[in-house]
Ligand binder design. Structure first.
Ligand code: B1N
Length: 837
């Protein structure tokens, strides 16, 4: 038996690092890193170097806590939860890490002493943009909340070399995509764990063993290595620092020696290139399933590596495998990791020698599935021939699962062939396809949606048959949340300080119990408080205007209402409705006399968001916005009353500047299409009001803050199906149905914004079919905008609404959401760790 520590314990202890908690130790670590890690000196250190030194110093502190936390988990061996997400949209880390450590003030002082400003340093960091939108950002908020509540939760994802593409806008207004090589400046927030790696197989063949065991021998094909990179996730105001493990793919062998020796160098490196390709790039489509082989390989690579890691950790406990679900809960973030279900079956049956029933018992007690959308085009389906080719053993298992499953359905609902074909894991067709949502549902202990309305829709539409078969108690709702650390304290420090002062509470208290914000309610009646509140909003507008000035060279007026819609471009989110509304406003202003115009509410409209590179209509919408902006911002009649900006390259960091500056934000999806939305919560938390449809989490926000503080419009979910039916079978010409909208479309067609003809395909989506119901909702949208204007002109009343909104947002903390998962789904508990000395 080896003795630990080796050698003299006192010598070890003397060399062990604690936390830097005062300015002198912070500056000392900083300077040490400049000198050694960066090999630079005081006289040639630029802002980028200063960022790197600050980051390395903060990282040292995180590592102290991370080590303590992981050791504590190993020692206490609690049940853990694993959050499997193909996307983690983390944004920047430095500011967040300093704030969570409670060391920001010290760092500000320290870097100042060394001749730098913290703002300049923070601006140097590149976003970690390993996600598309809400789904990926939700995963990041959930990691923050898990660590902040000392819950033993690990994230598992992929270490993409390229994150979401960088968006450029051409002079014509077209979106151009450029790669996002975010790792080019090396990343101080990750720890390469070259010692932690697993083999993952693709292709080959799977031969059933003829021993009646149901086992197979899967062999041959391609083997690649998954290498772990660990990202530290610091909790807020706690030493708990959790882990996000990202996998990188690399070839099992450097290159093929046989080809190399034969002089065929190209062939020799080919297989190593194909291994490295697996984690090279994030797929930039949200809400579409494409059926591409590389994406399938990403999904399997990641789930197979993660499961091997989780099983190895479990095996270290020395417990029988049947107790696996008592020590591991695995959350599937959408269907992307669903292959984990047949993969765990494969491991349990082929490697662990369990019988089918026992294995299935373990599997269905381990996994939990969150659905994030009911849009049909987003529901993942994989062609059977593709799975057969890439993962032959998994296709066998999926068929076996389906067989046993349909036998059980048949028993409960005899002679109901329609039901069987609706519920089958396999959709008939050319080719046959595997329905991943069905597999995720039957392989999981529980299934949830992400807002009340959405969870109801999941249960009554896409998984209705499954509710009838398995019982409603398996299905639930966990309304999404956001972390108030990043989305209030970090992005809006002045508002955070005013809240602490007003509540007479340290921010440590209310940032961890967000319902405390209710204490602001009485201050809505306090004139002095309202003035301070409004002044902060004004300074946030100035900060945004300054940002636009320095990054785009555009001058934005700050004496106007700021109206913001920022999210992925998608027809269902209806940016088109917004831009057509802007054009309507422009035409209305043009038709006014100068005196009439002077009485209107000044408005600055901001858009930002990326379109999937192959999404033609979404890209055309961007082009329209950019060209409308060009015309109306230059029109001397209107430019004092209406300005429009499309801010390129939307990101987490840009959101942090936009959200605190907004007076009103738009969440205007066709009813029943936006599962939840989470930016709606961020705006409201920062005192921005909401203009939206009765959809997703908008509904629950209105329940909390009161209907008088939100602006709702449009048809409701139950009407949507009928309206679509009418569009198809009883179409009414748009001139008759919605003359105001018809007029706007005509002006675009006639070339008011240039580009004769190019917008026709976009306009035709409204004129014909109108699947997203713009012609049904346009008039009530315009009416709602008028109500917003009227309300805004009553300044004091508006500020009261703003204060009341923030005050009632407590429910939407991701701390609440993650506790619901921990208690009602995963069955895990907080495992506090003692602070390092
Ligand atoms: O997930 C968010 C919700 O707040 C949004 O309402 C919802 O639209 C979003 C395929 C998706 N749903 N589905 C996706 C992303 C990537 C992909 O490849 C689908 N994203 C959402 C958080 O719950």
């Amino acid at each position: 038996k080896e003795q630990w520590p080796k050698g003299d314990e006192k010598v070890w202890r003397a060399g062990t690092r604690g936390l830097d908690t005062d300015v002198p130790s912070i500056t000392k670590t900083f300077v040490n890193h400049v000198q050694t890690s960066l090999a630079r000196q005081a006289y040639n250190l630029d802002n980028l170097g200063a960022y790197q030194a600050a980051a390395l110093s903060v990282r040292d502190n995180l590592l102290v806590n991370w080590n303590e936390t992981q050791m504590n988990y190993t020692r206490k061996a609690p049940k853990r939860a694993y959050y499997l997400s193909l996307e983690f949209l983390m944004g920047r880390t430095l500011d967040n890490a300093m704030l969570n450590l409670g060391l920001k003030d010290k760092y500000v002082e320290g870097v100042k002493k060394l001749g730098f400003s913290i703002e300049d340093i923070l601006e140097q960091e590149r976003d970690a943009a390993l996600g598309n939108g809400g789904l990926g950002r939700l995963a990041a908020c959930y990691l923050d909340s898990s660590a902040s509540q000392e819950l033993p939760v690990w994230g598992y994802g992929l270490r993409y070399k390229y994150g979401i593409f960088q968006q450029l806008i051409s002079p014509e207004g077209n979106q151009l995509e450029a790669p996002d090589p975010w790792l080019d400046n090396q990343n101080p927030w990750e720890l390469p764990r070259l010692d932690v790696s697993y083999e993952v197989r693709f292709y080959g063949s799977a031969d059933r063993l003829n021993d009646g065991s149901g086992r197979s021998n899967w062999h041959g094909g391609q083997e690649v290595l998954a290498v772990a990179y660990d990202v530290m996730i610091p909790g807020y105001n706690t030493p708990t620092t959790n882990n996000l493990r990202l996998w990188e793919s690399k070839p099992k062998r450097g290159f093929d020696l046989n080809s190399f020796n034969a002089g065929d160098y190209e062939h020799a490196v080919e297989s190593s290139n194909s291994a490295a390709a697996i984690t090279s790039v994030l797929y930039p489509n949200d809400h579409t399933s494409f059926g591409k082989e590389l994406r399938l390989k990403q999904q399997y690579f990641w789930t197979a590596a993660s499961l091997q890691d989780i099983i190895r950790r479990f095996k270290n406990l020395g417990k029988p495998i049947t107790e696996f679900p008592d020590y591991a809960a695995i959350q599937l973030n959408d269907t992307h990791p669903t292959l984990a279900i047949p993969e765990l079956m494969r491991v349990l049956i082929d490697d662990e020698d369990l019988d089918w029933g026992t294995a299935w018992q373990i599997v269905t007690n381990t996994f939990f599935y969150t659905n994030h959308t009911v849009l049909p085009e987003a529901l993942e389906k994989w062609p059977v021939p593709l799975i057969e080719h890439v993962l032959p053993r998994h296709m066998q298992i999926i068929y076996d699962i389906n067989l046993f499953f349909l036998q059980a359905v048949e028993k409960k609902f005899p002679d109901d062939r329609d039901r069987l074909s609706r519920m089958s894991l396999i959709e008939e067709g050319q080719p046959k396809q595997v329905r991943m949502a069905h597999l995720a549902c039957i392989g999981s202990r529980k299934v949830n949606g992400v807002a009340e309305l959405h969870s109801d829709l999941v249960q009554t539409t896409i998984l209705k048959d499954f509710v009838e078969f398995e019982g409603v108690s398996k299905f639930g709702n966990v309304t999404n949340g956001i972390t108030p650390r990043r989305w209030l304290d970090q992005c809006n420090p002045e508002l955070s300080a005013l809240i602490s002062k007003t509540l007479k509470l340290d921010k440590n208290v209310w940032l961890k119990d967000l319902t405390k914000l209710e204490g602001l309610l009485p201050f809505a009646e306090d004139k002095k408080f309202r003035t301070e509140w409004a002044a902060i909003k004004q300074r946030n507008k100035e900060r945004l205007a300054h940002h636009v000035q320095t990054t785009l060279g555009l001058t934005v007026r700050t004496d106007a209402m700021y109206d913001v819609q920022i999210k992925r471009l998608h027809e269902y989110k209806r940016q088109t409705l917004n831009i057509l509304g802007v054009i309507h406003r422009y035409l209305t202003l043009k038709a006014m006399t100068t005196a009439e115009r002077a009485k209107t509410n000044r408005r600055v409209v901001f858009f930002a968001g990326k379109a999937a590179p192959a999404y033609y209509i979404a890209k055309l919408t961007i082009r329209l916005i950019v060209n409308v902006a060009r015309v109306i911002n230059a029109d001397p009649d209107t430019k004092d009353f209406l300005q429009l900006y499309f801010l390129p390259d939307y990101s987490v960091s840009l959101a942090e500047v936009l959200i605190p500056a907004s007076d009103i934000s738009q969440h205007i999806s066709t009813a029943g299409t936006e599962a939840s939305g989470t930016s709606n919560m961020k705006f409201c938390l920062n005192g921005g009001l909401l203009l939206g449809t009765v959809d997703g989490a908008n509904i629950e926000i209105a329940e909390e803050v009161g209907e008088s503080n939100v602006f709702f419009f449009g048809h409701l979910t139950p009407a949507v199906e009928d309206l679509r039916h009418q569009h198809l079978y009883h179409p009414v010409p748009i001139e008759e149905k919605c003359p105001a909208l018809a007029n706007v479309l005509n002006e675009v067609s006639k070339g008011l914004f240039g580009d004769g003809g190019v917008y026709e395909p976009l306009l035709n989506t409204v004129r014909h079919g109108d699947y997203y119901l713009l012609t049904d909702d346009f008039d009530s949208y315009i009416a709602a905008l008028a109500m917003v204007d009227e309300a805004y002109l009553d300044t004091e009343e508006w500020i009261k609404k703003s204060i009341r909104t923030t005050a009632k947002m407590g429910k939407f903390s991701s701390d609440r959401a993650i506790l619901e998962y921990a208690e009602s789904y995963w069955n895990i508990e907080a495992i506090p760790v003692a602070a390092a000395k």
